[in-house]
Ligand binder design. Structure first.
Ligand SMILES: Cc1ncc(COP(=O)(O)O)c(C=O)c1O
Length: 348
């Protein structure tokens, strides 16, 4: 029995710090591009060439090595469908998933009849390379690596990716999810030419603030991408996302300003955690994993009652006591810290 994916509740009446979105929204240039859409653009099926080229330029890859996606979620599902689908007469295809992980990875694996092989974390959430290598079998079809990882914010060393790529059986791939790469400034993309069995997924939902429009991209060797491309519906990216991504990529100053806000927010949150006696892990992403111990659920509930939504993962194995807190615009983080202080002081 496949456990149903629990879609986050629709909480739009407060400060959303629970889905790692851009808390300041998108660039004004994106809104201008959307407003400039013409009736025939909406009436026709969307063209992809210009947006593909813009994304390829941004990621410094050849456009033949990149496909647009309706969000990186679609890339993960398409990878599962193409590489992890159960086939008669052979053992279940296996996906190796270092935990704690983005829940969709295991969910999509199971939904297509694959078997998630969950790798236990190290206590400091550093990458458990040896356990990943030990878990590789002839049935391994995908190794999912998220860097920086969600929910820990910890970067996976590129050498671990290289070692795994050299070890997986022929026909298997390493899927590197770089949803938060803008914040860490690290990427495996420059190495893809040397590692044809690695694909990298990116999204415009996070740093660029386009989550509501749904657009991402996948890049890698064309032969490795081909099975994934085959299962993505031909017009899965809509015209609003097509024009928005080009406008967003035309405003990289907006991106730099937001990254600076995130960096400052993380420092403010670390300092607040130090004052409040909460453990945390230094993050390279736009969120911080905070260990509130036995107070975790009360803190999440108290914050929600004050209009601030946090991601409570405190009941999950390997994440006991932990909340994931989005660190976006500084003003939002300051409000979150005030609420932390209020809730925790009221509880004492
Ligand atoms: C690690 C990771 N990958 C993928 C996604 C999904 O991205 P998108 O909005 O592009 O579907 C998320 C969103 O939270 C994520 O955390």
């Amino acid at each position: 029995m496949i456990e149903k994916y629990q879609k986050p509740a629709e909480l739009y009446d407060g400060l959303r710090l629970h889905q790692n979105e851009n808390t300041g929204g998108c660039s004004p240039k994106v809104l201008a591009a959307l407003a400039a859409l013409k009736p025939d653009q909406v009436g026709f099926y969307p063209p992809y060439e210009a947006a593909t080229q813009a994304c390829a330029r941004y990621l410094h890859v050849d456009p033949d090595r990149l496909s647009l996606l309706n969000g990186l979620d679609e890339g993960i599902m398409a990878t599962a469908v193409s590489y992890l689908r159960a086939r008669a007469g052979v053992g279940a295809p296996e996906a190796i998933i270092p935990e704690p992980a983005f829940e969709i990875l295991a969910f999509d694996t199971e939904i297509v009849g694959g078997r998630p092989v969950r790798i236990e974390p190290n206590p400091d959430y550093s990458f458990p390379l040896q356990r990943v290598l030990d878990a590789i079998t002839s049935n391994t079809r995908v190794v999912f690596i998220t860097t920086p990882n969600n929910p820990t914010g910890v970067v996976t060393p590129p050498d671990a990716i290289r070692t795994i790529a050299a070890r997986v059986p022929a026909g298997a791939i390493v899927f590197v999810d770089e949803a938060y790469a803008e914040f860490s400034g690290t990427s495996f993309i420059p190495e893809l030419e040397r590692y044809p069995n690695v694909v990298v997924g990116r999204t415009f939902s996070k740093a660029f603030g386009l989550a509501g429009l749904r657009i991402g991209a996948i890049t890698g060797h064309p032969d490795t991408l081909e099975p994934i491309r085959l299962v993505v519906p031909i017009y899965s990216v809509n015209i609003a996302a097509v024009v928005a991504v080009q406008a967003a990529l035309d405003d990289l100053e907006f991106l730099e300003r937001y990254k600076a806000q995130v960096e400052q927010s993380r420092e403010l949150l670390y300092a607040a955690c130090d004052r409040l006696g909460l453990r945390y892990w230094k993050s390279a992403a736009n969120f911080v994993l905070v260990d509130a111990g036995a107070r975790a659920s009360a803190l999440a509930a108290g914050a929600a009652a004050r209009g601030i939504y946090l991601r409570d993962r405190s009941k999950e194995p390997g994440l006991e006591g932990c909340l994931r807190v989005g660190t976006g615009m500084v003003a939002h983080t300051q409000r979150c810290i005030e609420v932390f202080e209020e809730v925790l002081c009221a509880a004492e």
